[in-house]
Ligand binder design. Structure first.
Ligand code: PBG
Length: 326
């Protein structure tokens, strides 16, 4: 048999790198960092090996550690001193994120993104104000429109503290528009919004909820986060966020939703971010601990797959480990 086409020619050493279509570089990656106002020392997160919650007075040092690996961007998550029904510590001028943001933006060169959500700040763990009657009536859920005002205030307080970009993650209808309007009014028309545009109600967030102490105390998030069965709905969600002024469009989680990453990349002329979430990180670590998977190889392959699907940016707990090796 005569073979004129031999794909293996380009897989030989010397040429394989030259024809590689997708490469991951540190400038594609955003590292999540947890700051906790309730602790004085770093606390390991058991379900996320290698990650810690750090006290406020170590947040600058923690971000410097990330920068030393070649990563330039971090996303900050906060655990507040106190929680209440409204989540009022989320927009407090001396709140944990505001304080951390001031310190990090003054002392480092990091590109600082803040997660804008209320679930870590409310005593019931939901991402906004509850409908009247909840939580006694557990069939009730988050009241959308009153929540918008709170997240808009929160975003402005982050920008005032020095955040370079804000990332609303609560999946409220109209959240991007509410943030854009409030930021513009406060003089932050140059602060971009990375919207968690297609965020699914995923069981892969488990370890994060331990890390940030943000699990709902009753019910779940299915009335605001997206149903995992839906892809067309993701297109509608993303289109709404684009109309409302989103600058970067995020799909979350990443690996179980690469079809959605691809579809968003093809349908919208905007940068696409994908969030390689806590459960995606934890499962590779768990398998590697058992000796069943090679952690370094599977981590890099995961990030490469996410980029290949169409993501321009990847939020990942592997950021530092992978950047160190690149
Ligand atoms: C807050 C938020 C969550 C994550 C990021 N921002 C938790 C949630 O929606 O329950 C999850 C991140 C992860 O699992 O890595 N709304």
């Amino acid at each position: 048999m005569e073979q004129t086409r031999r794909p293996r020619r380009l897989r030989q050493d010397g040429i394989r790198e030259l024809v590689r279509e997708t490469t991951v570089s540190p400038s594609d990656l955003i590292a999540p960092v947890f700051v906790d106002a309730t602790i004085d020392e770093r606390v390991e997160i058991p379900s996320m090996p290698g990650h810690e919650r750090v006290p406020l007075d170590q947040i600058t040092e923690r971000v410097e550690e990330v920068l030393a690996t070649g990563i330039e961007a971090v996303i900050l998550f906060g655990v507040p001193q106190e929680k209440d029904a409204e989540g009022s510590r989320a927009w407090a001028e001396d709140g944990v994120i505001q304080e951390a943001t001031r310190r990090v933006s003054e002392a480092t060169e990091a590109y600082l993104i803040t997660d804008v959500c209320l679930c870590e700040y409310t005593d019931h763990g939901h991402c906004g104000v509850l409908e009247p009657g909840a939580p006694e009536d557990v069939t009730l859920t988050v009241d959308n429109d009153p929540t918008l005002e709170h997240i808009a205030r929160t975003a402005v307080s982050h920008a005032e503290a020095g955040a370079d970009m804000v990332a609303p993650s609560g999946m409220m209808d109209g959240m991007v528009g509410a943030l854009r309007e409030a930021l513009d009014e406060a003089g932050f028309e140059h602060t971009p919004i990375m919207s968690y545009a297609a965020k699914y109600e995923s069981a892969f967030y488990g370890p994060f909820r331990d890390a940030a102490d943000g699990a709902p105390s009753f019910g779940d998030r299915r009335h605001y986060q997206m149903d995992p069965g839906n892809a067309e709905e993701a297109m509608r969600e993303v289109a709404l966020d684009v109309e409302q002024g989103a600058d970067v469009l995020m799909v979350k989680p990443a690996l179980p939703y690469l079809d959605v990453v691809r579809a968003v990349d093809q349908s919208f002329e905007y940068p696409v971010a994908a969030y390689n979430v806590s459960g995606e990180y934890a499962m590779l670590h768990a398998a590697a601990e058992k000796g069943w998977l090679d952690l370094e190889a599977t981590a890099l392959e995961s990030l490469q797959s996410i980029k290949r699907a169409g993501a321009d940016l990847i939020l990942t707990y592997f950021a530092e480990d992978v950047a160190r090796r690149l």
